[in-house]
Design a protein around this ligand. Structure first.
Ligand code: ADP
Ligand code: MG
Length: 341
């Protein structure tokens, strides 16, 4: 009898948790959802206004083609002369350099000129036509890399005039990391910050894990569900995000720096990691690495949880990911790798 009362009380207290509050705003060219659990509407509105302002500033600082601090850096690089890097841009250059090196330059934020050549420095790439092979090869041979940048305090110079910084592959992750630190400082314990399906979650949903759906590039229903709890980020890179069609062929926005062409062999990659910046960069790097090479690159980037859908719809996973994920596709072909350390 007493046990029944106790259980009922426990259940009621779980149910009486106020529902999470979700607010939306636009940044980084995508809809951002901020979900807060365990706060009232007033607090949620306050936190959302502060975080929206953070995103507005970050969007302005790191935009790859609008005028702003990153635009200024890109204009000064080809001179070959030293110049001072704005403090809003410097940390991304430093972190981007480290991540590019670990990925063997599959993730290479110095290839802005290639991205622009393929038409992805525009808010709407549809209607674009692919560049000539000659133009692509010229940039591939010029071989811009983050290691072409050298530093003397806050002064930076480039030994390669074709370096053009594009933070599209990890700026959103870095922005989410900064914003989530701010959300924690504002006293929030349970939250999800979701930018178009890429997210970082802290705490829980009233004691239960947050449930995250992973989009299926080949269908309407999600590919899989992932439960996250504590402090974890889930990032997906897909061939469906930004793309155009020309003469019956699809061209998407993830470029293989080695060939200069949109990466082939992969449809999407999902990475789970504590750090959103690393998860974002790794999802792009593993997309480029593809079904044959993702394992080595994941290992080098210190990633344990990977799900890669290849162009034959085979699902490649690390054992740690296979243990956690709930696949929602019928009769999937699955390939599980050796354990990632
Ligand atoms: P999304 O922005 O759709 O989440 P990604 O994180 O994979 O996807 O980032 C893709 C963006 O990154 C592209 O739009 C482009 O700006 C940039 N990019 C494309 N290929 C590369 C690459 N190999 N290395 C670094 N950045 C890249
Ligand atoms: Mg990315």
């Amino acid at each position: 009898m007493r046990l029944t009362i106790l259980l009922t009380a426990l259940l009621l207290s779980a149910c009486s948790q106020p529902p999470p509050i979700t607010s939306h705003f636009l940044a980084f060219g995508t809809l951002i959802d901020l979900t807060l659990q365990g706060v009232d509407q007033k607090k949620a509105d306050e936190v959302t206004a502060i975080i929206e302002e953070d995103f507005r500033l970050m969007h302005h600082s790191w935009h790859a083609w609008d005028p702003g601090p990153l635009g200024r850096v890109n204009r000064l690089i080809p001179s070959g002369q030293p110049f001072s890097v704005p403090p809003s841009v410097l940390p991304l250059i430093k972190i981007g350099t480290e991540l590019a090196e670990q990925s063997g330059n599959r993730f290479n934020p110095a290839i802005g000129q290639l991205i622009s050549l393929w038409g992805f420095h525009s808010s709407d790439p549809s209607g674009w036509t692919p560049p000539t092979d000659e133009a692509v090869q010229k940039l591939v041979q010029a071989n811009p890399r983050m290691s072409d940048l050298t530093f003397n305090g806050v002064l930076m110079q480039s030994t390669n005039p074709t370096v053009d910084l594009d933070f599209g592959a990890f700026g959103k992750g870095y922005g989410i990391d900064l914003a989530m630190e701010h959300i924690k400082e504002l006293g929030i314990k349970n939250a999800i910050l979701n930018a178009g399906g890429d997210l970082r979650a802290i705490g829980s949903r009233g004691g239960q894990p947050w449930r995250i759906a992973i989009r299926n590039p080949a269908g309407e229903r999600p590919l899989a569900l992932l439960k996250v709890q504590g402090d974890e980020s889930v990032f997906t890179s897909g061939d469906y995000e930004r793309k155009y069609e020309h003469q019956g062929k699809h061209y998407h926005h993830i470029i293989d720096p080695r060939s200069g062409y949109p990466a082939e062999g992969t449809r999407s990659v999902t990475v789970l990691h504590n750090d959103a910046t690393r998860a974002d960069a790794a999802a792009t790097a593993l997309f480029v690495a593809g079904p044959d090479e993702w394992f080595q690159v994941a290992q080098a980037m210190d990633i344990r949880y990977v799900l890669l859908l290849d162009s034959d719809n085979t699902i490649h996973m690390s054992p740690a990911m296979a243990e956690r994920v709930e696949l929602l596709v019928e009769n999937p072909t699955i390939k599980i790798s050796a354990a990632l350390k």
